[in-house]
Design a protein around this ligand. Structure first.
Ligand code: ATP
Length: 370
């Protein structure tokens, strides 16, 4: 079933909104989602494969789900849609859910899901992300179409290589040829030298106060909703982060070593405060442009992340957008220097449940689901 024909309003009409259950696949950012849902007074349900995974959650009673759905395979979730709807479930999507189901099944899952699943069409391809982000005023690293044109540092990225695995840096065509796997689909991007910041924003279409996103195109002169900065992180990447300790790139290459970009964890970051207005402009542009994407439906709703590099000219380049909660927000499970200003201790996971709770109170739940 295509997303466009999902009878969301019929499902939600039959829901008892005083007994909503927040469900999540037990992985990725589920601790904060489950903990946050409980803080907002919702019942919770964890989904996992095999019994083993459950044990870890007993170490975190504050996040332990009220109920578990244990499957043999994540794809079985498709057969449990009715079971979940009978429990008034709202599914909170994250990267692992999308990866385990695959984009197609995720879009076909017949359970009300927080955020906008249609945006996946735009988020899932580098070319479409570029059209989206550039139309929102975000400057992105240049793309080099012909490897022979490499005349400075570039990063070569493989399609679908989640978490940076297999990426490599090349200074010239020779480097490129030596390292590339021509069997794989790849993109060559200008290597932007600077400092990385991953912004965890939250866009809530319901409130009319705070930092309001101004619409563009068909939504010009409209305030679309409130943009919040929940936290900032930076990824720990093996081995590039520690490479400099071993000598110059040339020495390392002589030893047969190449920098790699495999994500192993995250650390919290704060941005030079005078750069925050620019960061908000990027977030605002990404949200406003998302509302104009063909087939993009309601645009971006809820948590999203802009992955950026700030150069020594204090200019931002955005190299990726994630249109749902990212694992980097786990640095702020107990709040961040930014979210704490507005409400001490609030995580992105709790912010999701808050958004659902307020939408129910205002009888606008359909606007934040797909
Ligand atoms: P994910 O989907 O998990 O976010 P990914 O596999 O799509 O990751 P990217 O986020 O695009 O990978 O890049 C992985 C890492 O490579 C980044 O975290 C960053 O350190 C580095 N990187 C990516 N693009 C650039 C660039 N243009 N210049 C410099 N470094 C880059």
């Amino acid at each position: 079933m295509a997303v466009g024909v999902i009878p969301l309003s019929e499902w939600v009409k039959s829901y008892d909104c005083s007994a909503i259950t927040i469900a999540v696949v037990a992985s990725h950012s589920s601790l904060q989602i489950l903990h946050g849902a409980r803080q907002e007074g919702f019942r919770t349900l964890g989904i996992c494969v095999g019994e083993e995974r459950r044990k870890m959650y007993s170490a975190f009673p504050g996040a332990e789900p009220d109920e578990w759905l244990v499957l043999d395979d994540y794809k079985q979730l498709m057969d449990y849609a009715e079971y979940l709807r009978e429990r008034n479930v709202i599914m909170i999507p994250h990267g692992s859910l999308v990866e385990y189901l695959g984009p197609k099944l995720f879009q076909e899952l017949e359970v009300p899901t927080f955020g906008n699943r249609n945006i996946l069409e735009w988020e899932g391809s580098r070319e479409r992300q570029r059209i989206w982000l550039e139309s929102g005023g975000c400057e992105m690293p240049k793309v080099i179409d012909d490897p022979k044109d490499i005349d400075g540092p570039v990063i070569v990225k493989y399609a679908g290589a989640k978490g940076g695995r297999g990426y490599f840096v090349a200074r010239n065509f020779r480097d490129f040829r030596r390292n590339v796997d021509l069997e794989e689909e790849f993109t060559i991007q200008e290597y932007v030298l600077g400092t990385r910041y991953y912004f965890q924003f939250f866009f809530d279409p319901i409130p009319d106060d705070g930092y309001q996103v101004e619409g563009m195109g068909n939504h010009s002169n409209q305030s679309l909703g409130r943009l919040e900065l929940m936290s900032i992180d930076r990824r720990d990447e093996a081995n590039v982060d520690e490479f400099y300790k071993l000598g110059s790139l040339r020495d390392l290459r002589d030893m047969g070593l190449e920098p790699s970009f495999v994500v192993t964890g995250n650390t919290p970051a704060v941005l030079r405060e005078s750069l925050l207005p620019q960061a908000f402009k990027l977030g605002e542009g990404a949200v406003a442009a998302s509302m104009e994407l063909e087939g993009g439906g309601k645009g971006m709703i809820g948590p999203f992340c802009l992955e950026t590099i700030v150069t020594d000219q204090l200019e931002f380049r955005v190299f990726e957008v994630s249109a749902r909660i990212v694992a980097g927000s786990n640095v702020a499970i107990g709040g961040s220097p930014y979210s704490d200003i507005n409400e001490p201790g609030i995580s992105t996971g709790q912010r999701v449940s808050r958004c659902i709770k307020k939408a129910i109170e205002k009888d606008r739940l359909l606007e934040v689901l797909s």
